[in-house]
Design a protein around this ligand. Structure first.
Ligand code: ATR
Length: 281
């Protein structure tokens, strides 16, 4: 039996336990998956207690993902680039930190049959959610990536960091990303830009019932519009995009996708996202 948990605060409404139980049934694996409430200051101690108690894997959610990066004994390239860890895996060499959020997004976009190869992609927002998905989108061979934010300086900082990390240059492990143009823009400047194939809302605006204030012109080419937030009703961003005849999706599939990738890291099994979504939606 795999002893697993999700750390976060708040955590009571996390859907991770039911998602992983669904995977476990499908794959015929026995798991115990609990929710662990942990503030930022208490997290290291609560994590140690879980590890001492036989824990072998964990998910990490807000506001602990950056702390988990420092707690881990080793981290994956994608976690380092994201600046955050959402998955901890017990190994013989200690606790390994990984980040499956971006892989979850890409899996969900593939499920939705959004063509990523050479796509012109606009990401709205420049917080942790954006950081976590850049490398996986580049690995999926998007053609252009623009990060647009209300506060331009934050988008510029992400782009500069990315360029410094060398991932947009001469990386031997990812030669394909070398040609991709990553740019930072202010939300106001988007109307002057070219049409989009895919717009990803990575802002937290949806949580407050709002949408980023961008011109309707960004929807002229009817891009696929993806909101990383999920809720029972369509978000303000999704409603706006639908009014302009765009196909839309919320981030529930991304949540299930990142969970599937975490489950694979812990157990070696690859559960079906489609199956879990059918049962849990
Ligand atoms: P996360 O880690 O979830 O990405 P965050 O780091 O707090 O959260 O970042 C939230 C992002 O949503 C920021 O890019 C923020 O824009 P600013 O940098 O200008 O603050 C963006 N955001 C939040 N509410 C928004 C709104 N109503 N309109 C546009 N952008 C918004």
């Amino acid at each position: 039996q795999y002893k697993l948990t999700v750390f976060g605060s708040p955590i009571a409404h996390s859907r991770s336990p039911e998602i992983h139980q669904c995977f476990a049934r499908e794959c015929g694996v026995a798991i115990e998956y609990t929710r662990s409430l942990a503030s930022a200051s208490a997290f290291p101690e609560i994590f140690r207690a879980f590890a001492d108690d036989g824990g072998v894997g964990a998910n990490v959610t807000l506001p602990l993902k950056e702390i988990a990066l420092r707690l881990a004994d080793s981290v994956s390239e994608r976690a380092r680039l994201a600046g955050a860890v959402n998955t901890l895996v017990k190994t013989e060499q200690g606790w390994h930190g990984d980040n499956t959020d971006g892989a979850g997004l890409v899996m969900d976009l593939q499920r939705l049959q959004v063509n990523l190869a050479n796509a012109r992609v606009l990401i709205l927002g420049a917080g942790g959610a954006t950081r976590g998905v850049i490398q996986p989108l580049l690995s999926a061979h998007v053609g252009e990536l623009v990060i647009a934010n209300r506060t331009l300086a934050k988008a510029e900082a992400i782009v500069a960091e990315w360029q410094q990390s060398g991932r947009n240059g001469k990386s031997a492990s990812q030669p394909q990303t070398g040609r991709v143009n990553i740019t930072a823009l202010a939300l106001d400047d988007l109307r002057l830009h070219q049409p989009w194939d895919l717009i990803i809302n990575a802002t937290s605006a949806s949580l407050g019932g709002e949408r980023p204030d961008v011109a309707d012109q960004v929807l002229v080419a009817q891009p696929f519009c993806y909101d990383m937030v999920y809720s029972d009703a369509p978000t303000a961003f999704m409603t706006w995009a639908q009014q302009h005849h765009c196909a839309v999706a919320d981030g529930f599939g991304m949540l299930v996708g990142q969970a599937a990738e975490s489950f694979r890291l812990w157990t070696g099994h690859r559960p079906s996202i489609e199956h879990a979504l059918k049962l849990l939606r």
